[in-house]
Design a protein around this ligand. Structure first.
Ligand SMILES: Nc1nc2c(ncn2[C@@H]2O[C@H](COP(=O)(O)OP(=O)(O)OP(=O)(O)O)[C@@H](O)[C@H]2O)c(=O)[nH]1
Ligand SMILES: [Mg+2]
Length: 434
């Protein structure tokens, strides 16, 4: 049993990207270091002693990605030697035989077939919690299944009384924007179509980009052969470090999530990750080379931030010096957490036992959104692939509406930047409250 009072967390992994990240994160959670938090992450079997089931649901429209046996056995076998056996419930792995490519196909055909069953599985997991703290999705916002199913599930769950007050959020892989790894037209369309529903129902959308993680692996971690597996390991380190205050202290996921988002319409969170070998220089917390979400984070205005550190060498790092540095940035909310926990072999990739995660609600995401909008417009004007969406049930004006929503989202951020500059000129102390 854990020595903290935080509630349980449930994970839902959607599509190829979401399921692979899920596998990586459960591999990490199954590490012995997380044993003290068993009840938050795992259901204990009443019948079989020492058997724990992950509070997770894996869903994909493509059966090649999820194979019941490999998924359950991999998780089970790896950890036999620890005498604790973790596994994923057979019924919590849902797959089909066709990949969907478009978000609409996934929402309607695959979605219609499975939505009630999925709801039932989620309800069962919720019933098995004493005090559910949050539901966390992992997915790619550009994937057909990743984008379509998250909207379908969120709409289905919206009015369920058994979920009242539960924080629902996501870790979402956004389309890449670098020239070397540009995204497909489908990814852009799927993203634009699903943004509105996600913005409305998720308390926050924690955003990451594969192209930036790739650069981070290459230039910061100096890894040569970078595969999805490598990128997923970085993502799972990022997620678990973010959750450190909830798993190893009394802080609750719902509290941190709501404080990170003081304005409900601005709920895209950017992420940075640092592995520290020597000393932590506070000025580097908002450096570009550590950003996994935005290029140009150093010039952006932060509204709120949550910094989580773990590692044995952090004994010397003074939380107050970081808090002082953050004070100068005039944030609405800041939280600095230092678990000083040794995770040993769990982060070989980083060549360091000290990791800092920075969750940052920043106006910098506006740059990303503007680039997506521009790319969307270029493709949409040429009617590239629109027919495919029409055949799969696109309603009249749906794309135009989704595009407009994205534009108004960008405007919200522009307004905030303008207010901020106005308040700086007039020397107001807390620019966003005035
Ligand atoms: N980080 C990471 N990204 C992935 C992985 N697999 C796919 N992606 C990215 O996810 C996007 C495509 O989404 P998928 O998850 O493959 O699509 P899906 O949700 O399965 O939807 P379908 O179109 O129905 O197959 C692309 O941007 C890929 O680069 C993975 O294992 N890790
Ligand atoms: Mg797929």
């Amino acid at each position: 049993m854990s020595n903290n009072n935080s509630g349980e967390l449930i994970f839902i992994h959607l599509g190829e990207c979401g399921c692979q990240i899920g596998k990586s994160i459960w591999d990490l959670f199954c590490n012995t270091e997380f044993k003290s938090n068993t009840y938050q992450l795992f259901e204990e079997s009443i019948r079989k002693e020492n058997t724990f089931t992950s509070r997770s649901l894996f869903i994909d429209s493509d059966s090649n990605i999820i194979d019941h046996n490999t998924f359950t056995q991999q998780i089970r076998l790896t950890h036999c030697e620890n005498k604790l056996k973790y596994c994923c419930k057979q019924e919590n792995i849902i797959n089909d035989y066709e990949s969907s490519i478009t978000s609409l196909r996934s929402q309607f055909s695959f979605g219609n077939n499975y939505i009630n069953y999925i709801e039932e599985r989620i309800r069962k997991m919720v019933e098995n919690c004493d005090h559910l703290d949050g539901i966390i999705f992992t997915h790619s916002i550009g994937g057909g299944t990743g984008s379509g199913m998250i909207c379908r599930i969120l709409e289905q769950l919206r009015s369920k009384s058994w979920l009242k007050g539960v924080t629902i959020s996501s870790f979402s892989v956004f389309p890449s924007l670098s020239e070397m790894a540009s995204s497909t037209t489908f990814e852009l369309y799927n993203m634009v179509l699903s943004m509105e529903t996600m913005r409305e129902y998720l308390s926050n959308i924690s955003s990451i980009r594969n192209d930036l993680i790739y650069d981070y692996c290459k230039y910061e971690l100096k890894i040569e052969n970078i595969e999805y597996n490598t990128i997923n390991q970085v993502i799972s380190q990022m997620i678990s470090t973010f959750l450190e205050p909830c798993l190893f202290s009394n802080e609750s996921f719902s509290q941190i999530s709501s404080k990170l988002v003081p304005y409900p319409s601005m709920n895209i969170i950017s992420n940075s990750l640092m592995s520290i070998r020597n000393n932590l220089d506070c000025k580097e917390l908002f450096s570009n080379q550590y950003s996994l979400t935005i290029d140009g984070i150093d010039n952006a205005k932060s509204i709120s931030t949550c910094i989580s550190m773990r590692g044995t060498d952090f004994y010397n790092i003074n939380k107050d010096s970081i808090a002082n540095y953050l004070n100068h940035r005039k944030l609405i909310y800041q939280n600095v957490f230092n678990s000083q926990r040794n995770i040993g072999n769990a982060c070989k990739l980083f060549n360091s036992n000290n990791i800092v995660h920075i969750a940052n609600n920043s106006t910098g995401v506006r740059n990303n959104l503007e680039q997506y909008l521009k790319l969307f417009d270029t493709n949409f004007k040429k009617y590239t692939y629109i027919q495919k969406y029409v055949l799969e049930g696109l309603a009249d004006g749906e794309f135009e509406q989704a595009r407009e929503n994205l534009e108004s989202y960008i405007d919200d951020y522009k307004e905030l930047d303008r207010d901020y500059i106005y308040n700086i000129i007039h020397k107001k102390k807390y620019p966003f409250f005035n």
